[in-house]
Design a protein around this ligand. Sequence first.
Ligand SMILES: [Fe+2]
Length: 171
Amino acid sequence: MLHTDVVEILNKQTAIEADASHAYLALASWSEERNLPGIAEYFYNAAEDERSHFLELVKYINQHQAPAIIKSVSQPRSSFVNLLEVFLYVWDLEHNNTLNINNVAEVCLKSKDFATYKFMEAFILEQQTAEKDVEDLIHMIKTLGYDDKNLYYLNKNFKKLVDKAGASPEN
Ligand SMILES: [Fe+2]
């Protein structure tokens, strides 16, 4: 049986992961609309990752006899001036998620639920990698430029990133 505070914060986190998945889908649409399929694919993959986090949390809550509450998702942002603005938004999204995951971990420790804390460790480490990856992409976008003519090359670079991720053993 999970502590009620842990159940409450885990349920809150499921909604955050579902919102993040939707936010990435909106960014995939933004990219496809601008004929940037490599970048769109990157966002479709990110949406899948967030959905898998959502499902992992839902299943964990249910497996511990505390029914997961499935909430409606929020309307994601879909209007951006350029690709740099998109990725600065992505950084905010990931950073906020890091803060939320840290809150979950804190409640687990306060409630002495060390097993759920252990379960959350993968989420904590993944957030650290996610923030670093987005920082690298922002650096790449700033370096290569994000005018219309540069978007062609950026899109090709994203395609390479997606292909590389697909070929790595952990996927
Ligand atoms: Fe996530």
